[in-house]
Structure formats: structure tokens, C-alpha cells
Write a protein that binds this ligand. Sequence first.
Ligand code: PHE
Length: 342
Amino acid sequence: MTTPPHAQEELDLIAQTVDRVSTADAAVLAELRTEVLGRKAGKLTLILRSLGSLPPEQRRLLGARANQIKQALETAIAERERVLQDDTRRTVDVDGTMPARHAWRGARHPVLAVVDEICEIFKELGFTRVSGPEAETEDYNFTKLNMPLDHPAADEHDTFYLGPGALLRTHTSPVQARVMEQYQPPIRIVVPGRVYRRDAFDPSHSPVFEQIEGLAVDEGISFVDFKAGIDYFVKRFFSPDTVVRFRPSFFPFTEPSAEVDVQCQMCKGSGCATCKQTGYLEIMGAGMVHPAVFENCGIDPERYTGYAFGMGPDRITMLRHGIPDIRLLFENDMRFLSQFVS
Ligand code: PHE
């Protein structure tokens, strides 16, 4: 059985045009359509028209192939037309006058920026930055720090308990004990981290907040070194003319203990709402490490002395930027945070 060779070849060529359809633009598509399917002179039309003059067997084979190609081509053209039309519609939808979408830029949270800055200042004094666990034991959070569990100071901490003997640390001081157990002096560390207390949210309280613990232990460290270290920090962080005040206080793990105030940055000491008319703002609790703490942690209190402090970077951040409510630091409201993108 033979078919006219030219008709066979012609059909093979036409079959290939189906592949070209999927990438054709509107003009090429129209061309293809006329060239192949045109009613008068389309290549496929002509072949179909000539079928009548062929012997029945050839007509059947060739006709089937030709019709198959015709259908494939028509489907492909219709599909391509749909895609091209969609594309056109999409182009038309673009509104060139629409303002561009805001490109968000990230930044460090203001409190973490302050934490980094404080740690860098203490680095100048030889302090290493370390961290400790937020889930602690009663032993580290209280007992080793000379704070028996029935001591009122332990009560005041309003602890979140995780289970018997396990809690969320109420301060960063337990890291003092962890470090002293592991290393012999000289020790100089700063420990930033989160602490937890069962306080309700209000403008100056949050159940989770940031602390930075400091600890310096060596032979011959005196109260003068303590005051000088704190004074250096305050003047570096705030300004060289900032007035610092040490007030006697009590912590079970330091003796003597002090609270450190800086002159109010808002009113420069004349009294305002921020400092509640006192002219000063408390920035940390501190003191000379209690000998009992040294003993609990395996450090010889006869040989070594040291000082420790715990400050609140949230408060300090609020002071620096004039932020009136601590809750702003936790809400992650972009209108607030975006003010700290530099
Ligand atoms: N841990 C104390 C607190 O959270 C602060 C402090 C630290 C006081 C170190 C003295 C020495 O209140």
C-alpha cells in the first residue's frame, strides 16, 4: 500500500507546526492559521480536499491522520489564544500610579540594642558575656544565693513554678552561682537574659523582663572598685556628667548592698513625673558578694572578694528613649518598633 509521498511529507511538516503554536504571539498565530487551516489555500485544507481522489484504503489512512492533526492544531491554537488574552488582561490590570508597597527593613529591638551596648561597655572593663538557663532550680535561684526558701525575699519574687523545685528564674543571679561553681577567680562576667515574675502588666511592670547580671571576683576587690566600675559604666552609657548615687539597701546575696540611682535624664534632677519628683531613677541593685554565697559555690571567702549587680535594661531603654509604658516593648507594634530602624 502506498500513499502519495508528497502528501505524507506535507502532513509530517504540518504536524510540527503544532509545537510552534505554544510559543507563538498573536501575529504568528494568525499567520499559522491561514497557512495551515485557511479555507482557500490552507495546506491542511488542500490535503483534506484532495482525499476524494484517492483510492479508498489510502483515503482512510491519510484522512484519519489529517483530521487528527487538524484537531490537535485547533486545540493548541485555542489554548494559546486563551493564554495570550489572559496576559493582555494582566498587563492592563497594572496600575502604574499605585504607590509602591512599603519595603520593610528589620532592626534590633531597642531593648536588645541597649543590652548589647551595656555588655560592650563592660567588655572594656574586662567582663565576658555569658548566659544561663531560664528554667532553673530553687537551689540556684534561691538557696545557693543565701536566700532560704522561707525567707521573705524569696516570697517577694512571686515565682512561676514549673514543678516541684523547678521554676522560671526570677532574676539572673543564679548564673553567678553556676559560673562560680565552674570557674575559680579571677571572674568578670555580664549575663543578659530574660527573667520572670508573677506580676500583672501595668505601665511599669511586666511578667517577663530583661536583666543584666554582673559579677567580678578576685583577690583584693574592694567597695571602691565596685563604685568605680558602676560609675564608669553610668558615665559611658549616659553621659560623662551624669550624677550617680549609691543608696544602702538589702539583698541576701550581697553585703553591704546598695541600690544605684542616676540623676533623672528628663529633668536633670529638678523633679518630674518620670522620677516621681525625686530627681533620681533607680537603675540597679548591687553590692559586695556575701561570703556565704562564695562558700556555697566553692570559692574561698577568706581569699576572694567581689561585687555583683543586677540591672534592668527595659527601664534603662525607657529612660533613654522617653518611653512611657513598658508594655510598648512587648507588643511588637510596627508603629512603635519602626521608630528604631536606623
Ligand atoms: N538579683 C537582684 C534582683 O533581681 C539584683 C541584684 C543582683 C542585687 C546582684 C545585688 C546583686 O532584684
